[in-house]
Design a protein around this ligand. Structure first.
Ligand SMILES: [Zn+2]
Length: 71
């Protein structure tokens, strides 16, 4: 059974949930669900989602990234 007060409390709870989800999404630079395997800029190898999560915005595979750092 829902009266007006229960309904208001539910709405408030839902608003808080959405708010907290928004904060979490903003704090996390990359949403894992939106990442796709990309190809390395240098050698064309697949850059795994795991690597992209570990190194945000990387465009190179582990090997080529190491090469670039050595230069
Ligand atoms: Zn590469």
């Amino acid at each position: 059974m829902h009266d007006a007060a229960d309904k208001a409390a539910e709405d408030e709870e839902r608003a808080m949930q959405l708010f907290e989800e928004g904060l979490r999404a903003r704090r996390r630079p990359i949403d894992a669900g939106s990442i796709q395997v990309i190809q390395c800029l240098d050698c064309g190898d697949d850059v795994s989602v795991e690597r992209q999560l570990a190194v945000p915005r990387t465009r190179r595979c582990t090997r080529c990234a190491a090469e670039v750092e050595r230069r």
